[in-house]
Design a binder for this molecule. Structure first.
Ligand code: COA
Length: 247
């Protein structure tokens, strides 16, 4: 009997980066299954395979590192009940994103998400990594998200937060404030705005995923009462040219 493939190709990521990109179908590896994953990736001509591991799982971490996987990100998931939302006296007004905001939102996104695993990997083109986030916020305004709230200053849109309605919770997708407007409370206002938006749509809780290296974001969520739900490790396995050899 033939064994099931240990991973699957990701068509969107592959198309976007112009590479063959895949994801391991397991969160646990041992030496045998790590070798099988590498052999599968080579046989399929995969360039890069993502693997998400539990940091407590020493065997998986060792097996991943033995076959040359690279740690690219700590994936931190936060959650917060919406029963006791923080008060937001005097918070700046937010409004729903409109299509005319897209160029400004794309520019903020392209410059704001360099803490992510794609940039840190080093094997993906930096320009494509910036474009990934620009595309993400554009698609969010276009309907990928259930809502996008925008903060504005005299120069136009200067911050965004995308909101998704999961069955049992609201989920923050992407948030950023333009460099020129940081440190003035807009990030806090955007998160508070999303919490109100979720509560108005009968969600009892909110979740958000961020990067363990992103201290401003960690502190933003902590200061607004979010608590850690989980920490996971993103590994990337390159089975084509090593990232250092890429332009
Ligand atoms: C994270 C981000 C949205 C914060 O926006 P901001 O408008 O500058 O934040 P605020 O002025 O509202 O600050 C709110 C809280 O965030 C935290 N914070 C913001 N900037 C910080 C920094 N540079 N260092 C440490 N903590 C920071 C603080 O806890 C702050 O509260 P405090 O001032 O009472 O200590 C902004 O830095 C940003 O756009 N970063 C790039 C995109 C990003 O990392 N998004 C999150 C992951 S998807």
């Amino acid at each position: 009997m033939s064994e099931a493939a240990p991973g699957h190709l990701l068509p969107w990521d592959s198309d976007f980066f112009g590479l063959r990109v895949a994801r391991a179908d397991t969160s646990r590896l041992d030496d045998r299954s790590a070798d099988a994953l590498v052999a599968w990736a080579r046989a399929e001509g995969v360039d890069c395979t993502y693997f998400l591991a539990d940091p407590d799982d020493r065997a998986s971490v060792r097996a991943a590192e033995r076959v040359g996987m690279r740690l690219t990100d700590l994936r931190v998931t936060f959650e917060r009940s919406l029963q006791d939302r923080p008060a937001a006296p005097g918070a700046p007004a937010l409004s729903a994103a409109v299509p005319a905001d897209v160029p400004a939102l794309r520019a903020i996104a392209a410059a704001s998400h360099r803490d992510g695993r794609f940039h840190h990997d080093g094997g993906f083109s930096a320009e494509r990594c910036d474009e990934l986030y620009a595309t993400w916020i554009e698609n969010s305004v276009g309907g990928y998200a259930d809502g996008v709230l925008v903060a504005r200053d005299d120069a136009g849109a200067c911050g965004y937060i995308s909101c998704h309605l999961d069955e049992d919770a609201g989920r923050i997708g992407l948030i950023a404030v333009a460099e020129r407007a940081r440190g003035r409370g807009l990030g806090r206002a955007l998160v508070q705005g999303s919490l109100a938006w979720f509560a108005d749509r009968d969600r009892p809780a909110a979740t958000v995923v961020t990067q363990g290296r992103n201290v401003p974001a960690l502190r933003l969520y902590e200061t607004l009462g979010f608590r850690t739900r989980s920490v996971e490790l993103w590994y990337h396995l390159w089975t084509s040219r090593p990232p250092e050899a890429r332009p």
